[in-house]
Design a protein around this ligand. Structure first.
Ligand SMILES: *Cc1c(COP(=O)(O)O)cnc(C)c1O
Length: 416
C-alpha cells in the first residue's frame, strides 16, 4: 500500500512546464513602465540562477548536487494508497496520495526552500527575508537557511503570529528572526500581501539581503516538480498506467503545480485545483495583471486575482489565503487544461477528519481541501460505478493546526 523509491531515484532534473503550456506565458511587467521586467529589475531581490530559471524555456533543469544531498534527507517521499479511506467510502476508485508531510518542516515547502537558500549562498548573499502566513513557508526557509548558514528574517501575518506560536518557535529553533506584519500597523491582522510588502522592502533596502518567495513564481513551481516526477514512477510501480485525475489544494499553486505539471503533457489526465470558498481566486477571480503584494511593490503578474487589497477572512487554511495565483496555474486554468473548484471550511474539516480516522495522518487544513475533492470524486465514481485512479497531493500534516480541529470538533468552527 506504500511505494518508496530508493534515494538514488530522486529526480536529478526539474521538469519545466513552460514549453508544454497550451498558451504562451505572459511576462511579468514593471509596475512603472508596464514593460516586461528585465533581469536588472530583479537582481536586488533574487540571485541570477533563480532569475534564469524564472524565464527559462529549457524543458529540464539540472538539480545541483548540494541540493540533492539535502533533499535526500527525506526524499523520495512515499506514495500511499488510501485503501482504508476507499473502503470507508465503498468506492471502486483507487486513491493514491503523495505524502509531502514527511519533510522536516512537515510540508512540501522545503523542496523549494532548499534550492533557494543554496543559490543565494552560492552568490554570496548573507541573509534572506520572506513572508509567511500560517508559518509553513517561514519554517521551511528557516530550516533551509540553517543548513546553508544564512541569516533568515520572517515577516509573519499578524493573525497567525498571535494564534500559532508553535510555528514561530520552529522558525526560531532553526535560527530565524520572526516579526509580525504589517510592521507599521500593530492593530492590522495582516495578510500574505502585507507580509510580502514588508519582506520585499527589507531586502531591497539592504545590500547583504535577498528576498525569497514560497509559492507563485515559475522557479518555485519548477522546484516542486520533484513531487510529480517521483509520483509518476511510483504509480508505475503500483501497476497504474496513469491517473485519471490529479488533485491538489491551491493557495499560490506550488504543491498543486509540483504534482500536476509533469502530467500536463498527458492529455488524458484531468487536473483539478481546490481552493477555499472564502478566497476563491481561480473560481471567482478575474484574470488580469496584478501586484503580488498589498503595497504594490512587486512586478505585475498575469494571474487570476481577487485584487491586491482583498483581505480574506481568517480561515484556518492560512496557506490558501492569497489574493492571486501562480501565473502558470492561471494559464492552465484559463486555457481549460486545468479545472478549479472551491469548498467552504466546514466541508473541508469533515473530510479531513474522515481521512484522519481512516488513514491516520491528520491533514493540514490546506491539505483538507484536496481531501474533500478526492472524497467527492471517489463518491462520484461509486455512483457511476466507474473504476477511477485518483492521485492527490498530501501537502502537509496538521499537527500544528490542532486548534482548528478543536474548533471543528467543538462546533465552534466558522463553516464558511
Ligand atoms: C503553503 C501550503 C499550501 C499552499 O501553498 P501552495 O503554494 O498553493 O502549495 C498548501 N498546503 C500546505 C501544507 C502548505 O504549507
Amino acid at each position: 500500500m506504500r511505494w518508496i523509491l530508493p534515494s538514488e531515484r530522486l529526480p536529478e532534473a526539474w521538469f519545466n512546464v513552460v514549453p508544454e503550456l497550451p498558451a504562451p506565458l505572459d511576462p511579468p511587467l514593471h509596475p512603472g513602465t508596464r514593460q516586461p521586467v528585465g533581469p536588472d529589475d530583479l537582481t536586488p531581490l533574487f540571485p541570477m540562477a533563480l532569475i534564469g530559471q524564472e524565464v527559462s524555456s529549457d524543458p529540464w533543469i539540472d538539480v545541483p548536487g548540494e541540493v540533492l544531498d539535502v533533499l535526500r534527507m527525506w526524499r523520495p517521499t512515499p506514495l500511499v494508497r488510501a485503501r482504508r479511506l476507499e473502503e470507508a467510502l465503498g468506492t471502486p476508485a483507487r486513491i493514491y496520495y503523495k505524502d509531502e508531510s514527511v519533510s522536516p518542516a512537515g510540508s512540501h515547502k522545503p523542496n523549494t526552500a532548499v534550492p533557494q537558500a543554496f543559490y543565494n549562498k552560492q552568490e554570496g548573499v548573507a541573509r534572506l527575508t520572506t513572508e509567511t502566513g500560517a508559518g509553513q513557508w517561514g519554517s521551511a526557509l528557516a530550516f533551509a537557511c540553517a543548513l546553508f548558514d544564512l541569516d533568515c528574517k520572517v515577516y509573519m501575518v499578524r493573525a497567525s503570529y498571535e494564534q500559532k506560536p508553535y510555528r514561530r518557535v520552529m522558525m526560531e529553533t532553526w535560527g530565524a528572526t520572526v516579526e509580525a506584519s504589517p510592521v507599521d500597523e500593530p492593530d492590522h491582522p495582516g495578510s500574505l500581501g502585507t507580509a510580502i510588502s514588508d519582506a520585499v522592502r527589507d531586502a531591497a533596502g539592504r545590500a547583504d539581503s535577498h528576498y525569497s518567495l514560497g509559492s507563485v513564481l515559475n522557479h518555485v513551481l519548477l522546484h516542486q516538480t520533484v513531487i510529480g516526477l517521483e509520483a509518476k514512477e511510483q504509480l508505475a510501480l503500483a501497476g497504474e498506467e496513469r491517473p485519471d485525475i490529479v488533485i491538489g489544494c491551491c493557495g499560490g499553486g506550488s504543491n498543486l503545480g509540483g504534482l500536476a505539471l509533469p502530467f500536463v503533457p498527458d492529455r488524458d489526465v484531468d487536473l483539478l485545483a481546490v481552493e477555499p470558498s472564502s478566497c476563491p481566486t481561480l473560481t471567482a477571480g478575474t484574470f488580469d495583471y496584478d501586484f503580488g503584494d498589498t503595497a504594490g511593490t512587486t512586478p505585475l503578474l498575469p494571474m487570476y486575482t481577487l485584487g491586491r487589497d482583498f483581505i480574506p477572512p481568517p480561515i484556518h487554511a492560512g496557506g490558501l489565503r492569497y489574493h492571486g495565483d501562480a501565473p502558470i496555474i492561471s494559464n492552465l486554468v484559463k486555457s481549460g487544461r486545468m479545472r478549479a473548484t472551491a469548498y467552504p471550511q466546514g466541508k473541508v474539516f469533515e473530510a479531513a477528519v474522515q481521512f484522519a480516522r481512516t488513514q491516520g495522518t491528520i491533514p493540514a487544513p490546506e491539505t483538507g481541501h484536496a481531501v474533500r475533492a478526492v472524497i467527492d470524486e471517489a463518491l462520484r465514481a461509486k455512483e457511476e460505478g466507474r473504476e477511477r485512479v485518483i492521485l492527490f497531493g498530501f501537502s502537509g500534516h496538521g499537527l500544528l493546526d490542532l486548534q482548528a480541529y478543536d474548533d471543528f470538533l467543538g462546533g465552534r468552527l466558522d463553516q464558511g
